[in-house]
Design a protein around this ligand. Structure first.
Ligand code: F6P
Length: 345
């Protein structure tokens, strides 16, 4: 049976979003005879009925392109007056049989609630943070880790030349996956993550001991959501988005000040920020995004609504959306304490 399928991308953008869109449209149009409508700017486009046409032709050339051709936003229909009713009305008016929602915890959380109200949705997991449950990995994460690792590699040589400590801040609001992976891959002397409140005195002591042993320089990787013991989360503003998340950024400055004051070593800060989210996806992310896209349109045709496609044990499977959004997937303590920590100091 051919279907008319809507697609949206919501939340922070992420390398690989366009690869998912392309895969959904390609498999749907060629194998199922489907037609598509792209909703602009996440849930905002469903509320406002802001759309663009989508077919195989419209998807030419987008596989390696970062960002999303559909645009994105952090709009939450449940926080907009009349938002849910408007979104349902749009889907009805445009004869949308099913909606493929590509997003992280927040965007898919909305999809999960709508599924409970009998809206036909299928989810695709996206976030550079890799903090969605029920899937071993999300697309975008590999790209972010590679960007951060390359930055750390570059910082090593300048740090060595000047005998400095370099503090590198990476994204990761509640989960330190990027920090842990990039820190391991980049040979960091310390990795600070939101899951483990850190003792700044311990960090400074280990850095001092490391330099006393003859090291010329040190790299400290800190996730933006990391917090010191008995401290407050550093924020750049009190602003919160529609899902209640505060804007982060700046903990690296505090860590650098403290380390310099306690060790006397010259210390510099690099905040990678949105560089980690921009640009072309790695080959791994393109393949994963493509597999997710193909699986999502197949799920639509199997009537697997309220489900999300996921990667488990190298296979793409389906899981209930609720399993993905109920709890965040935080860094495995065995990876952090059993592997990353071996290289601290
Ligand atoms: O959720 C992905 C993410 O990149 C987080 O790591 C980061 O805290 C946040 O988005 C930044 O959001 P914005 O692009 O709205 O500043």
């Amino acid at each position: 049976m051919t279907m008319h399928v809507g697609i949206l991308t919501g939340g922070g953008d992420c390398p690989g979003l366009n690869a998912v869109i392309r895969a959904v449209v390609r498999k749907g149009e060629l194998y199922h005879g489907d037609s598509f409508v792209g909703f602009l700017n996440g849930w905002r486009g469903v509320i406002d009925a802001a759309t663009r046409p989508l077919d195989v032709e419209a998807c030419r050339g987008i596989l390696p392109r970062g960002g999303t051709i559909l645009g994105t936003s952090r709009t939450n229909p449940y926080k907009v007056e009349g938002g849910v009713a408007a979104a349902k009305a749009t889907l009805h008016r445009l004869n949308v049989d099913a909606l493929i929602v590509i997003g992280g915890e927040d965007t898919l959380g909305v999809a999960n609630k709508l599924a409970a109200e009998n809206v036909c949705v299928v989810g695709v997991p996206k976030t550079i943070d890799n903090d969605l449950s029920a899937t071993e990995v999300t697309f975008g994460f590999d790209t972010a880790v590679n960007i951060a690792t390359e930055a750390i590699d570059r910082l090593h040589t300048t740090a060595e030349s000047h005998h400095r400590v370099m503090v590198v801040e990476v994204m990761g609001r509640h989960a330190g996956w990027i920090a842990t992976h990039a820190g391991i891959a980049g040979g960091a002397a310390e990795i600070l993550i939101p899951e483990e409140a850190f003792d700044i005195e311990g960090v400074a002591t280990r850095i001092r001991a490391r330099h006393d042993r003859g090291s010329w320089s040190s790299i400290i990787v800190v996730a933006e959501g990391a917090v010191p013991l008995a401290g407050q989360m550093a924020t750049v503003s009190g602003d919160v988005d529609a899902f209640g998340h505060v804007r982060l950024g700046g903990i690296a400055n505090w860590v650098a000040e403290q380390v310099e004051a306690r060790t006397g070593y010259e210390t510099r800060v690099t905040i990678l920020g949105h560089v980690q989210r921009g640009g072309t996806p790695t080959a791994y992310d393109r393949v994963l995004a493509t597999r997710f896209g193909v699986a999502a349109i197949d799920a639509v045709h199997d009537g697997a609504f309220g489900q999300m496609v996921a990667l488990q044990a190298a296979h793409i499977i389906r899981v209930p959306l609720a399993d993905a959004v109920t709890e965040l997937k935080t860094v495995d303590p065995q990876l952090y304490h059993g592997v990353a920590e071996v290289f601290f100091g």
